[in-house]
Design a protein around this ligand. Structure first.
Ligand SMILES: Cc1cc2nc3c(=O)[nH]c(=O)nc-3n(C[C@H](O)[C@H](O)[C@H](O)COP(=O)(O)OP(=O)(O)OC[C@H]3O[C@@H](n4cnc5c(N)ncnc54)[C@H](O)[C@@H]3O)c2cc1C
Length: 382
């Protein structure tokens, strides 16, 4: 995007986040739902199609541009982003990266407009980090496949009109090579949802099981029209998702530092604002340094992606460092607020709960460490 188009767009996102979303954070946390009119406004602003190419009706942002938008979105509760986050991320990317032209034309325009919500079904009750061991079966039948199995903790499933589903087409291949990816309409017979989960944080996001009971999908639902490639599709989707989570964490850290500073300037103890105390300043300094380091890492990784370079290690490092960083920053924010930090009236209590998830989904911190180490070992042995 030309800077004279992108910069005003970024400014309008910033104004929407700070003027419209921030005042609703507490209500969303308490009611555990996003107001419908807000979803309509997000559609209007093009949020659902941020990363979808313009030829399919999206804004077609580069990875660096998308990261800069995510820095802005991170300023507020992650629940708002989750409304469209699966459409711009894990829900659409499988089709975008590996789908056939027909699949792209059928689904991407409606995802970009927000008419169709997309979710991503990889995790199962018995397979999380070890995703290649998934058990959902896709049995070959006349004209298509029958899917049987349960997917767990699926973000946006209650709102979704379509799912990217990883299932095993070859029961003789126990690992990744037996897995294929499908795009499955939510209205398919044999597909049902579990009960909405109650969570530690990120209230307002919707998560539940997706259950396939001999659910028929036609041949045209196989992503890319090729079987056995679904695990690789899922990993490519997650690389991009990890960059986005990293960027979002930077935005949240920025917000938390802002909250810390304003509270520390206003709160008086021993006759002085607590911001005068060097032990408080140390917490602010450490948070700022780590946030800036994460920002640099995320931007560097996004540039690699825009230059079409491999991003497996870069995306894992971004997600790992930024999600751990924002956890530490949220912890310090609670500390700077003292007792108030533990009380729901103050937003740092909510952010402390919300950011915990970033170290878990789209690959836990331990899985990112394994990916990073694998790539480093490979580089050094070559
Ligand atoms: C709110 C929420 C939303 C989610 N949304 C989605 C979604 O939309 N789609 C989707 O497919 N999934 C989703 N997930 C699932 C999420 O990606 C998984 O929970 C995550 O990948 C971890 O898997 P697990 O829960 O099975 O934990 P496990 O894999 O059982 O891990 C448990 C612990 O063991 C550690 N561990 C596992 N293997 C190793 C190892 N080899 N070395 C060292 N440590 C290890 C893990 O790091 C973790 O600390 C969501 C989860 C939540 C909570």
């Amino acid at each position: 995007m030309e800077p004279d188009v992108f910069e005003p767009l970024l400014q309008s996102v910033r104004e929407f986040v700070r003027g419209r979303l921030v005042p609703l954070e507490k209500q969303v946390d308490e009611e555990d739902r996003i107001p419908d009119e807000l979803v309509a406004e997000m559609r209007e602003m093009g949020f659902f199609g941020l990363s979808i190419p313009t030829e399919y009706g999206g804004l077609g942002l580069t990875a660096v541009e998308e990261a800069r938008v995510a820095f802005e979105l991170g300023w507020t509760s992650p629940a708002f982003r989750s409304v469209f986050g699966t459409n711009t991320g894990i829900g659409s990317q499988g089709i975008l990266i590996d789908g056939t032209d027909e699949q792209k034309r059928t689904y991407l325009p409606r995802m970009a407009s927000g008419e169709l919500i997309a979710s991503f079904c990889l995790t199962e009750p018995q397979s999380g980090s070890d995703a290649a061991s998934l058990q959902t079966r896709a049995e070959r039948v006349d004209g298509g496949y029958r899917l049987t199995g349960t997917k767990r903790y699926i973000t946006n499933a209650p709102r979704a009109g379509v799912f990217t589903v990883m299932a095993r087409t070859d029961p003789n291949q126990k690992g990744a090579s037996g897995i294929s990816a499908f795009v499955v309409d939510a209205a398919s017979s044999g597909l049902s949802l579990g009960k909405p989960e109650r969570k530690l944080g990120q209230r307002g996001t919707a998560v539940c099981d997706v259950i396939f009971d001999s659910c028929f999908v036609p041949d045209a639902a196989l992503i890319g029209g090729v079987s056995g490639k679904g695990f690789r599709t899922a990993m490519k989707v997650l690389d991009r998702g990890r960059l986005n989570i990293g960027a979002f964490c930077v935005g949240t850290a920025e917000r938390l530092i802002d909250e810390m500073v304003r509270y520390a300037d206003a709160r008086v103890q021993f006759g002085k604002p607590i911001s005068d105390f060097q032990l408080i300043q140390a917490m602010i300094a450490d948070s700022e340094v780590e946030k800036e380091a994460a920002l640099a890492l995320v931007l560097q990784s996004a540039r690699l992606r825009d230059d079409l370079q491999p991003i497996v290690k870069a995306a894992a490092m971004s997600k790992y460092y930024a999600s751990e960083m924002v956890g530490r920053v949220a912890d310090r924010a609670v500390q700077v607020f003292g007792g108030a930090g533990y009380i729901a009236e103050y937003c740092v209590e909510r952010f402390y709960r919300d950011v915990r998830l970033f170290r878990i989904y789209e690959g836990t911190s331990q899985i990112q460490q394994l990916v990073i180490a694998r790539e480093v070992l490979k580089e050094h042995r070559q």
